[in-house]
Design a protein around this ligand. Structure first.
Ligand code: HDE
Length: 699
């Protein structure tokens, strides 16, 4: 059992710091929210006017004496803080994490024990784009969760892909400089489809596995709700007997894993750059929380840091779920939107070394570098070392550090002895040993020569890329080929394209040939790995209908529509958490007799990408409007369910959609069957059997 210094006396540590501030009201929640009725200066002085500066006469010069003008403008001048150097674009939500209580034997972390309910804040992000960039670009997504546990803050700062581009943190500036816009003209924004990215990854082949994930449908998620999350690195769990095991963390979305199709992602980037942010916010407001189960793959900590031949310290490698199943250990529910984006989403500061007793780092060289980087980055981003005092970052556990002063210090510390040992503050604060909940690292022998080198096992860059690719269904593989062809097609340098083709040749010859053909180049010969097995868990195409909460259906109607049917369908969908939005030629309210429906989108404001399915109401003639026709055709091409009742079916035909085609649902009227079929189709996400038809037609 590890030991730590005993506390010098028996009194419990006092809860921290800002007790003085409590007394003077600075932490009064109303004061923090600034909810008063009367406008004041930052100093609380009531203001008579904020529209006119103080001047020497109506037409005269402005006076330096105008403290309100100067304060208002100066504050405005400093409103922006540096955006995150990576993951600048993001959105977040509050929620809770409820432990299933089935890991007592593996970890002593209190928030993972039975009955524990922990407040959380999760921020999702893209990696490459600036703060104002589009959500649906092809990129990795961040999935970072702050657990405000009773034992201190635990941050699980993961991605939606289980592997990373680099094996050692020292390469991080290289991959990011290569992937960010070109330094001379600062384009392209939030894209990997450019020369410097492909130049780097074709030279730095350890990136290959991650590149394959990016080029797959995982690079363009449908929503944050339908993304998996991964801790990527191997972590060490420690139980109450100080026994350890190695784990990889997974987030499994209850709504299933689903993606956009590439054309949808591109359209959304223009039509609704906030696509994912909006979906997150709207879903929560509509009462459909985001839900994920936390899972772990547990592997023995036998001193080898390997499992079934897979090096667990190499973050470019995953452990197939077929070899080591994911055990579900708790549930994350995100059900509350932030009230102030800047205060919460922008200022939240994650840190991989925010660990709690029972969870430790491993020697993964990428994780080791992150444990330095995340603290360091906040110093410039949030302006100093006191960022954990910002409300969103405040631990919910009592804080009693001996860190003092510094920029933006908001604690009003008491006592005279912020040092140990001391006698002047009664010897406090005390330290806690293992049994008292202290974060005591499990002793581990470390030895070795001082070298700049990787183990030989890190040299295999292609086997798992091939494993990933060959585990996908043919349709998903086709998407990968299209993505490589698109991205390399955007490069200007011939040598870069040729070098990446040489990389592909070492993963899969057929894929390489397909991409080479698209680029008009010759496919080089390589030595692709021979695999015994694939990992079906890596494919995301579902064959059984899953949950549909949070999905959106566009109901196309106009003045002639069967409004009773529209209302009936809307109600049926609402029951399963799906929202129906009426789309009509113009805005306002559609009325027929005593029935009315509110128009939420018009043919001018709606685009197919906003919806997961469309239905045409009986009596409607959308084919009179080219935008409505495009809407329907796009949806059909993007493999979405389309339907109609009554005369709406003929309209589908007029829009060029085969009424008897797969995923085309027609009925005489709004029946329980029609709604049920629609819900079942939504649960499958796409009409997969239409794919081949669509690829070979002009629809
Ligand atoms: Fe990060 N990363 N990262 N990263 N990362 C940041 O921290 C860094 C890595 C990830 O929503 C930064 O506060 C280094 C892997 C997420 O606020 C910065 C290395 C994974 C977020 C940083 C990595 C991630 C970040 C920028 C290689 C997946 C957004 C602002 C050693 C497991 C968190 C900030 C949020 C953010 C550094 C590699 C995920 C600069 C040096 C691997 C989700 O500290």
């Amino acid at each position: 059992m590890p030991t730590a210094r005993r506390k010098p006396d028996q009194s419990a540590p006092k809860p921290s710091g800002p007790t003085g501030a409590d007394l003077d009201g600075a932490l009064d929640p109303d004061a923090l929210r600034q909810t008063g009725d009367v406008l004041t200066t930052a100093g609380g002085v009531r203001l008579p006017d904020t529209d006119h500066s103080l001047k020497a006469g109506e037409r005269g010069p402005t006076l330096l004496e105008d403290f309100h003008l100067r304060e208002k403008i100066t504050h405005f001048d400093h409103e922006r803080i540096p955006e995150r150097v990576v993951h600048a674009r993001g959105a977040a939500a509050h929620g809770v994490f409820e432990a299933y209580g089935n890991v007592k034997d593996l970890t002593r972390a209190a928030f993972l024990q039975r009955g524990a309910v922990t407040p959380v804040f999760t921020r999702f992000s893209t990696v490459l784009g600036s703060r104002g960039s589009a959500d649906t670009v092809r990129d990795t997504r961040g999935f970072a969760t702050k657990f405000y546990t009773d034992e201190g803050t635990f941050d699980l700062v993961g991605n939606n892909m289980p592997v990373f581009f680099i094996q050692d943190g020292i390469k991080f500036p290289d991959i990011i400089h290569a992937a960010k816009p070109h330094p001379d003209r600062e384009i392209p924004q939030a894209q990997s489809a450019h020369d410097t990215f492909w130049d780097f990854v074709s030279l730095h082949t350890e990136a290959t596995h991650h590149v394959f994930w990016n080029m797959s449908d995982r690079g363009i998620p449908r929503s944050y709700r339908t993304m998996e999350g991964f801790g990527v690195h191997t972590f060490r769990l420690v139980n109450a007997r100080a026994e350890t095991s190695l784990v990889k963390f997974h987030w499994k979305p209850v709504a299933g894993v689903h993606s956009l199709v590439w054309e949808e992602a591109q359209i959304a980037a223009g039509v609704d750059p906030d696509f994912h942010r909006r979906d997150l916010f709207d879903g929560i407001e509509a009462g459909a929380p985001l839900e994920y189960e936390l899972g772990i793959q547990v592997m023995p900590d036998d001193g080898t840091d390997t499992f079934e031949g897979i090096d667990l310290l190499d973050p470019t490698k995953l452990v197939p779920e077929e070899l080591c199943p994911v055990q579900r250990i708790g549930k994350l529910t995100l059900d509350r939107n932030p009230t102030n984006f800047f205060a919460e989403v922008e200022q939240v500061a994650f840190h991989t070394a925010h660990l709690v007793p029972g969870i430790e780092s491993t020697n993964d060289p990428l994780l080791q570098a992150r444990n330095f980087s995340y603290l360091d980055t906040q110093l410039s981003r949030l302006g100093g070392p006191n960022f954990t005092q910002i409300p969103i970052n405040r631990p919910h556990a009592p804080v009693n550090d001996m860190l003092r002063d510094g920029m933006h210090q908001t604690a009003v510390h008491t006592g005279v002895a912020p040092y140990r040992p001391n006698s002047l503050d009664g010897g406090l604060p005390a330290v806690a040993d293992f049994a008292e909940g202290g974060y005591v690292n499990v002793p581990r022998p470390v030895e070795g020569s001082v070298v700049r080198a990787n183990p030989v096992s890190f040299d295999d860059h292609f086997t798992q890329a091939a494993l990933f690719y060959r585990s996908l269904t043919p349709l998903e593989q086709a998407h990968v080929a299209e993505a490589f062809t698109f991205e390399l097609g955007k490069c200007y340098e011939q040598s870069v394209k040729e070098r990446e083709l040489a990389v592909l040749a070492n993963v899969d010859a057929q894929l390489c040939e397909q991409v080479a053909a698209g680029l008009g180049l010759r496919a080089p010969q390589g030595t692709p790995p021979v695999l015994d097995d694939v990992s079906p868990a890596l494919s995301q195409i579902v064959t059984e209908s899953g949950p549909v909460a949070g999905r959106k259906v566009g109901v196309i109607a106009d003045a002639g529509a069967d409004l009773g049917g529209v209302n009936k369908l809307t109600k049926a969908l609402e029951k399963v958490g799906v929202t129906a939005h009426v789309i009509a030629p113009v805005g306002g309210v559609l009325k027929k007799g005593r029935t009315s429906v509110v128009v939420e989108r018009t043919f001018d404001t709606a685009r197919s990408i906003e919806f997961d399915a469309f239905v045409i109401a009986d009596g409607t003639t959308p084919t009179n409007n080219i935008k409505a026709v495009i809407l329907l055709q796009e949806a059909y091409r993007h493999l979405k369910a389309v339907g109609a009742w009554g005369g709406g079916a003929a309209q589908l035909g007029l829009a060029g959609i085969p009424v008897d085609g797969p995923g085309v649902l027609v009925a005489d009227s709004v029946t329980a069957r029609l709604s049920a079929d629609l819900v079942a189709a939504l649960g499958l996400h796409r009409v997969w059997e239409r794919a081949e038809l669509v690829m070979s037609s002009q629809v």
